[in-house]
Design a protein around this ligand. Structure first.
Ligand SMILES: [Fe+2]
Length: 179
């Protein structure tokens, strides 16, 4: 499964710290196994259930958010006068894992992919953070997963989490709003 994950998420290879890269892979692997999915299912799993017949799958959404975050970080670093630092490894791991909990939030049914019983109680920021904590990801990655969505509004977000949060909504709102 490791090689399949690297193939669908080539951004994993951009994580320079090998330990962080392997832990990021391990979290995806466990989510897929725990949810009873296969890696290939990610192609048909919509990135959100809030858009009916969602045209974007989990792979493209996850990659889109991660790549927008990487590009945004380059420009922020160029113009932020070194006021704060952005750790690319944290950013990329956080981008790749921000929605991993959705694999547990959803379930496969004959009528399509629906919210799971777990998902009704624990939205993906909670289940994703729990998985990441179990695998020993750095606190900043766990934090980025935990606060990337509405649950994080009104509280502190570290710079990497701010970037992933906005990259996520850039990859969500125009699709939700229709074209
Ligand atoms: Fe997302």
């Amino acid at each position: 499964m490791r090689q399949q994950l690297i193939k669908i998420f080539p951004e994993l290879n951009l994580i320079t710290n090998e330990d962080l890269r392997e832990k990021t892979i391990a979290v995806w692997q466990e989510a897929i196994e725990q949810g009873g999915w296969k890696v290939s299912d990610l192609e048909r799993i919509p990135f959100t259930l809030l858009i009916s017949d969602c045209p974007v799958n989990m792979i493209d959404h996850t990659r889109g958010v991660t790549q927008v975050a990487i590009e945004a970080a380059k420009k922020l670093r160029e113009f932020n006068n070194n006021i704060y630092q952005i750790d690319d490894d944290i950013l990329i791991s956080g981008g790749l894992l921000h929605d991993v909990g959705k694999i547990l939030e959803y379930k496969n049914t004959p009528a399509g992919i629906k919210k799971s019983d777990t998902g009704k109680l624990l939205r993906h920021p909670f289940s994703g953070a729990g998985l990441a904590m179990k695998h020993g990801l750095p606190d900043k990655v766990i934090h980025t997963i935990a606060v990337h969505a509405k649950e994080g509004d009104g509280g502190y977000r570290c710079p990497e989490a701010v970037i992933v949060h906005h990259a996520d909504f850039m990859n969500f709102e125009p699709i939700k709003n229709g074209v």
